[in-house]
Design a protein around this ligand. Structure first.
Ligand code: C5P
Length: 316
């Protein structure tokens, strides 16, 4: 049986609106998700045992069942018991380039790569919708990570409609190594503060997501208008995360002062991104921030917006 090597790109949110509570304890959302080219690499190797093993070059990444990639392998073994009995376990090796616990769906992208890779390894012939159904069992962002590109996501974040790819812009990402934000904390705090504005009836939920589907940001994306997209970035979770983490808010202010197309926190943070017209602007903005904040904990990356989710590495 063959080994596989896959590319697992991260994502940013161009839009994240919290509509209300769901019966399953999650939130009803409407989001616009965008792949970035910055990516982890996942190697999958069949082994002769019934074990799943996980290796990673990053010390903060767990090697056990709390790792979404591990959970994805486990789900494949459970869902395709015959293939598992025939072919045995898998060794997963993750080369981390994406910042960890950052709001960039790094863990979700790793899980998506394991699903796609094990489907190939076991020759299951699953369709993308079938892979995305499995993905939704692992986490809200995992289905998007499989297909990637630019998409509007509703429900928990797992219901996807692809939009015209927006891959001509660049981003600078900024994250403090010593700051991490718990996603459940961010959503729970939002619930505590904004429950009064939650919508719960089906008609109300549909009308909120329709407002985004036919709204100015979608229009700007379809027309590839970088300036407008930058102005219309939106994330409800900023309301709870930025007041609690002033250093994250400061990064956002600094990007705005640098005259970028737009700046926002991604997902539940703490990564802040700056949308830039081209690579030159991105490099200029990155060095300005680096010069203004002399903190060894601050990490910065430049990447381009991407057009596809999980990909096979060349020739592997
Ligand atoms: O699905 P995922 O593992 O990414 O979710 C992490 C946490 O974020 C959930 O446990 C929940 O607290 C919160 N969440 C939510 N509503 C969503 C997605 C996530 O409340 N639609």
């Amino acid at each position: 049986m063959k080994s596989y090597s896959l590319i697992a790109p991260g994502k940013i949110n161009l839009y994240l609106e919290i509509i209300g509570d769901r019966a399953d304890g999650f939130h009803e959302l409407v989001m616009i998700l965008q792949t970035i080219e910055l990516a982890d690499t996942i190697d999958l190797k069949p082994n002769d045992t019934q074990e799943i093993t996980l290796h990673c070059n990053h010390p903060q990444v767990p090697r056990d069942e709390t790792n979404l990639a591990y959970r994805a392998a486990k789900l494949m073994c459970k869902s395709f018991a015959d293939a598992y009995a025939n072919f045995g376990g898998v060794d997963i090796t993750i080369a981390k380039n994406l910042p960890v616990a950052a709001g960039l769906a790094g863990g979700s992208a790793n899980a998506a790569a394991v699903l796609v890779g094990m489907d190939l390894m076991w020759n299951l012939g699953l369709t993308q919708p079938e892979l995305q159904d499995l993905a939704a069992k692992i986490g809200s962002d995992v289905p998007f990570c499989i297909s990637g590109g630019t998409a509007i996501a509703t429900g928990r974040g797992e219901k996807l409609d692809l939009i015209t790819n927006l891959d001509n812009l660049w981003v600078v990402l900024a994250k403090y190594k010593n700051i991490s934000v718990s996603t459940p904390w961010a959503y729970q705090t939002y619930r505590k503060n904004y429950r009064n504005s939650y919508v719960s009836d089906v008609k109300g939920i549909i009308s909120r997501s329709d407002r985004v589907r036919s709204g100015d940001l979608m229009n700007a994306i379809i027309k590839q208008e970088g300036n407008k997209i930058g102005e219309l970035l939106y994330n409800d979770l900023e309301k709870v995360v930025l007041p609690e983490y002033p250093k994250v808010a400061e990064l956002r202010d600094m990007f705005a002062e640098a005259g970028v197309l737009g700046t926002m926190m991604s997902g539940s943070g703490p990564t802040v991104f700056a949308l830039c017209e081209n690579e030159e602007q991105a490099k200029d903005v990155m060095s300005r921030v680096r010069n203004n904040i002399a903190d060894a904990e601050l990490e910065l990356w430049i990447t381009k917006l991407g057009s596809s989710g999980i990909q096979l590495r060349d020739g592997k």
